[in-house]
Write a protein that binds this ligand. Sequence first.
Ligand code: 5GP
Ligand code: ZN
Length: 135
Amino acid sequence: MSKDCIFCKIAAGEIPSHKIYEDDYVLAFLDIHPCSTGHAVVIPKKHFESIEEIDSENLAFLNDGARRTAKKVYSVLKPDGMNIGLNDKPAAGQAVPHIHLHIIPRWKGDGGGSMHSIVRAEATEPAEEIIKKFV
Ligand code: 5GP
Ligand code: ZN
């Protein structure tokens, strides 16, 4: 538990939340400022800040918690689809520094976009140059 972390406090039950899924490792609850009906966040109960920090076992638990939460949201709210995603680090929009997956239910005609609408910055280098850095 990280002392001043709001999601650690939610996981510990010190701050109330509308839980929609819980197991030994993760908790999913409704977002306080929803982007759509049923927008939920899935968090590991243990504090990790980002994808760089979390270990593979806890990430696997988080992913499976997201899968179970998504199935529950599909069966209860019957959305037409959903976006599931991670804002990793402040540059990508992360406001709460405790890793979490967003589950954002979507309905046909809701006016929203896809992951591709998050940012449309031009690549600064061609793919041939970028790939050289990975080898
Ligand atoms: P981020 O921008 O860090 O990816 O998203 C954090 C999300 O957590 C935001 O969508 C925000 O509305 C939600 N959030 C922040 N504080 C609380 C809270 O105390 N309770 C709940 N239920 N959601 C919160
Ligand atoms: Zn935390």
